[in-house]
Structure formats: C-alpha cells, structure tokens
Design a protein around this ligand. Structure first.
Ligand SMILES: [Zn+2]
Ligand SMILES: [Zn+2]
Length: 461
C-alpha cells in the first residue's frame, strides 16, 4: 500500500488541556501495530473479517465488548471527482486510531424500539465501511436533502465533510469485489453487519423491515444496502447511545480551518494525492472555467492551501490542526478484563467442565459435530426470549426461577445466575448472556476440552 512507503501516518494525540498536537507515527511503530494485529488475527471476532480484507488501510483490535477499527480515513480509490454540489471541503487524513478509533459492539442488542435514520442521526457516522471509512446518513444534516440525488457525492459515494474529513453517504459498492458476496460491506454502529444486494449465500433478499434489515434463519439480524434510499441501514435495529443527534461515542475528525461555503455551479473534475498523502491537487470547473486547489500537509501538522480561482485570481490560506475535536471517544471499559490490542481469552464464569461439550448435540443445529458461533448465538437468543416473560429485555431472578424455557442453556442460566449477571444489577441482560456465551464459545473454539480445534492456542503476549 502506497502510504506505508511514506514517512508514516498522521496521528493526533491529545496534548493535555491546551488542545492537540500533531505527531507523525514512525513507520516502525505503525508496523508494530500491524504485526500485533497479524499475530492475533486468527482469534479475531467474526465482525473483524471484512476489515481484515483491507490490511493496508485498516488496523483492528478488540476487547470483550467492541471491535475497534482504526484508519486514517483516506480510501485507496480516487476521491471527490464527479461532485456537482461542492462545499469547497477537501479530504485530509484523520486520526481514527487508538482512543479515536471506530468502535463496533461485538454483542449487538436489539433495541426495544429501533430508531429511524429518516428522523435521527443527521450528524456523525451511522456505519463504518470495510475499508475503515465512515458512512454518514444519506440524508444530510438539514434533515431532508438526499446527498446522492443532490450531486454532493463523488463516483464512490463519498465527499469531504466540514472538517475536511472524507466519508461516504451511501454503500461502498466498490469494496464488494474484494470482500466477495459472503462478507458485509460495512458494519452499522449498533453492531449489525450490512450486506449487499443478495444474501451472503447468494440467495435473493426478502422481507426487509423499515431499517432495511431482517433476521436470518439462525436468528441473526443484518441489514442490506440498496441502490436507492435508504442506501445503507435505514436506522438502528440495535441499541445505540445518542448524544447531540449522533451515535455516541464515535471518533472525532479534526478540522484545520473554518468550514467553507458552497461553490455554486462547480463540478470537480480531477483529484491527485501524493503517495505519502501530504500533497494534493483538486481540479474543478465553474461556468466553463477551471479552478485548482493545491494543499499540503506540513511537518508540524499545519496545512497550506493555494486556490487558483476560475476568475484568474490566486489566494492562499493556511490551517492548523487542533482547533477542536480529536481524542478519546472509545467507550469506557466495562470490566476488568480489557485486553486492548488482543483477543478476549479470559473465561470468567466458565464452568470447570466445559459446558458446551456437555450440551453440544442439543445446540449443534446442523449436526456437524461442531458448535458454530451462529449456533451458540441462536441458543442464547432462544434461551433469553424464553425466560424474559415480560419482554422488558432483562431476565429477573424470578423469571429465571420460573417455568423458563426448554433449551440447553436454560439450566445454565438458572444455576449460574450471579455469574451471568456480570454487572450485579440483579437481572440478566441479553448482552450479559451473549458476552458470557461468547467467552465460553471462544474457549471452546480455541480447542480447550474439544477434539474439534480450528484455532491455534492463545499466544503468550
Ligand atoms: Zn457528508
Ligand atoms: Zn439478509
């Protein structure tokens, strides 16, 4: 990948209370992050699969609760060309790394009532494409304009936002070739995947809900992208936190200048970027006359702009990173078992005798002698729905001691209630049950107590 041949990746660190300082990560450090990812990728959660197809531009890591997707926000394809409604913003690398990486819930929880993107989420991203580029609501922040129909998007469905941050507003169809039909194009920020026009197995899509998603035969929910509205997920089936009209938390882009104004009648005709992502040239035509914007990222993190305007004049401006934004939007740790940069391998609550082994035949839906993650989750969903008699999204102690449900996991929940109730709230949420089941499944699938090992044993770190 081209940018790895450059000096490194532009990363902004929080520079204390005063604001931000720009730094460059040494090539060596970046490569170390990459090696760390490569060493553990066999144990990566399923949600990491599409992102791992773009190792040249995406760094993933994870803990028990989230997949973290790091990128500089710059796709490998040409940007901006084809835009006919331009706000004069241009793409600049962002620092979606570390604490400012994208976080995707690994154990999505259906919301009691989903939230539509027709009336919400006009700010910020609602999904992340497999190449690490955020996807915003197709409706722009005025709440009504379809960005695609309005000519605001380039040939790849993206443009640069008010912080000169590149993002898509529609599905990243160009990624489908590398991903193949079986992997999603993107993940919505509620943790559910977004597939293309057909099912992962190639069969046609039927029965979509108002968010353009549905539940498959194994009880898993996913969305489908489309060529017209909603283009991507039309809202959130799963739980998300909302703050200021945006999904929260999510990374911040770092503006270097005040947001620019629309340039009526301009059409972007060319865009070039140097291999080290430091020098850029954007060409456009307005009223038959050509305009050019050249800009360059300086070593101190500043950006110099030179505008050759269609009227023949030239102007310059320079910006500096650190006006606002940046830093620290990872979700807070939820337990003491965080292993940033590595796979979750602890198995708190794991019974001494592997419980999965004892109940394998009951849960092995396709009877192939192995318990897939899907089969495990199907069992979780069945057990949870069966116990949650009043449908309030929690299994109370009374519900667990009640008639319950006929499932392999039912007895487990009853016997291990306090262990499953990890936050000690006195009731079990679907997330808690899923989290524990996933830990048990991870351990099982790593081959402990099983003859069906598919994965190498955990590596010492
Ligand atoms: Zn936008
Ligand atoms: Zn589907």
């Amino acid at each position: 990948m081209k940018f790895l041949h450059g000096l490194g990746v532009l990363v902004i660190f929080l520079g204390g209370a005063q604001g931000l300082q720009a730094h460059w990560i040494e090539e060596e450090d970046y490569q170390q992050m990459k090696r760390q990812m490569a060493a553990h990728k066999d144990a990566a959660p399923k949600a990491a699969e599409p992102f791992l197809k773009f190792p040249e531009s995406v760094l993933v890591d994870w803990d028990d609760h989230y997949l973290y997707v790091g990128s500089d926000g710059m796709p490998a394809h040409p940007m901006m060309v084809g835009i006919t409604a331009w706000q004069q913003q241009v793409p600049l690398p962002q620092s979606y790394y570390g604490k400012n990486a994208w976080s995707i819930p690994l154990h999505p929880v259906p919301a009691a009532e989903g939230m539509s993107a027709k009336t919400n989420f006009f700010r910020g991203a609602i999904a992340v494409a497999a190449n690490g580029i955020p996807i915003f609501n197709p409706i722009k922040n005025d709440g009504k304009t379809d960005t695609f129909l309005a000519g605001e998007l380039d040939e790849y469905g993206g443009h640069a936002g008010r912080a000169d941050d590149y993002h898509y507003h529609v599905a990243p169809w160009q990624l489908a070739e590398r991903l193949g039909p079986s992997l999603p194009l993107a993940y919505a920020l509620d943790g559910y995947p977004i597939y293309g026009l057909s099912e992962p197995d190639g069969s046609p899509v039927t029965g979509l809900d108002s968010f353009h998603g549905h539940t498959n035969v194994t009880g898993e929910y996913h969305y489908h992208a489309s060529k017209s509205y909603p283009y991507i997920n039309g809202g959130f089936h799963g739980q998300v936190s909302v703050q200021g009209g945006a999904v929260d938390p999510q990374p911040n882009a770092t503006p270097v200048r005040e947001a620019t104004a629309p340039l009526p009648g301009a059409r972007i005709t060319g865009f070039e970027m140097s291999a080290d992502k430091k020098k850029y040239q954007l060409e456009y035509v307005q009223n038959g006359k050509k305009g050019v914007v050249n800009y360059e990222i300086l070593s101190g993190g500043g950006v110099d702009f030179t505008f050759k305007n269609p009227d023949g004049t030239t102007s310059e401006s320079s910006g500096k990173q650190g006006r606002k934004g940046g830093g620290g939007s990872r979700p807070p740790p939820q337990d003491g078992n965080q292993r940033p940069g590595g796979p979750p391998m602890e198995a708190n609550g794991q019974p001494r005798k592997p419980w999965i082994e004892n109940h394998l035949t009951e849960m092995d839906g396709n009877q192939d002698g192995k318990l897939s993650q899907e089969e495990m989750m199907a069992e979780v969903n069945k057990t949870f729905t069966g116990y949650d008699a009043d449908r309030n999204g929690q299994i109370s102690q009374d519900e667990a001691n009640g008639p319950g449900v006929r499932s392999a996991m039912a007895g487990f929940v009853k016997q291990h209630f306090t262990e499953v109730d990890k936050d000690g709230s006195g009731s079990i949420s679907l997330e808690e049950l899923k989290a524990l089941a996933m830990k048990m499944w991870e351990k099982y699938s790593q081959g402990e107590g099983s003859g069906s090992s598919r994965r190498p044993p955990p590596q010492s770190r």
